[in-house]
Design a protein around this ligand. Structure first.
Ligand SMILES: Cc1cc2nc3c(=O)[nH]c(=O)nc-3n(C[C@H](O)[C@H](O)[C@H](O)COP(=O)(O)O)c2cc1C
Length: 178
């Protein structure tokens, strides 16, 4: 799929998934797309955990049951290594994980899967700690998101984007009369 088609086809799948397994080769391609993303100062802080089946997902889902994780046949957990940023230097972990995540959402779309940027369960640092614990992730890493990946069990709800003209300006910013 052309990358511009993937931009248009990507959407946040907030409904259920079919139980069909996702081949490991596809999950690895999606993970590689994440690792191909840029990173601040090329620190490459992102680490990924492929969760290839329900047995691997269940303990994470149990920490914070959400619609995205309850039926997905596969997922990828997105982490950063906190130790790679020297003290008193600008921390790019949030940007790094975001760039990697968007690449993975697009790669999943290009391979015919649906996915979701699911980070809200881990805003709660206690839940983040519990999710890390079930994945055996040490304290030196931060868990930012878990991306469900699978075939959707239906069309999935879509959200409208505002028109181009409302968000893009040429040369100067112009206030939109509303
Ligand atoms: C940084 C970020 C965090 C998000 N976190 C969540 C989340 O935790 N749960 C969720 O259901 N959707 C989450 N989303 C998905 C947004 O709700 C979704 O992108 C938005 O509604 C636009 O819909 P679209 O992705 O289908 O274009 C997140 C998206 C972004 C960019």
């Amino acid at each position: 799929m052309d990358i511009f088609e993937a931009f248009k086809k990507r959407y946040s799948h907030k409904d259920g998934f079919l139980p069909d397994a996702v081949p490991l080769a596809d999950l690895e391609r999606i993970a590689q797309a994440g690792l191909d993303a840029p990173s601040g100062r090329n620190r490459q802080t992102v680490r990924l955990i492929i969760l290839p089946n329900r047995a691997a997902i269940e303990p994470v889902c149990a920490v914070s049951p959400t619609i995205g994780l309850e039926t997905t046949p596969a997922a990828i957990a997105v982490l950063t290594d906190k130790t790679l940023t020297p003290e008193n230097e600008f921390n790019f972990e949030k940007e790094d994980y975001s760039a990697a995540t968007e690449n993975m959402l697009l790669a999943a779309t290009a391979l015919g899967y649906s996915s979701l940027w699911l980070d809200s369960p881990y805003f709660d640092r206690e839940k983040e700690k519990q999710a890390r614990a079930v994945l055996s992730v040490p304290e030196a890493y931060r868990l930012w998101a878990v991306l469900p990946i699978g075939k959707p069990n239906g069309e999935g709800s879509r959200r409208e984007k505002l028109p181009f003209e409302e968000r893009v300006y040429y040369q100067y910013f112009l206030s939109n009369p509303r």
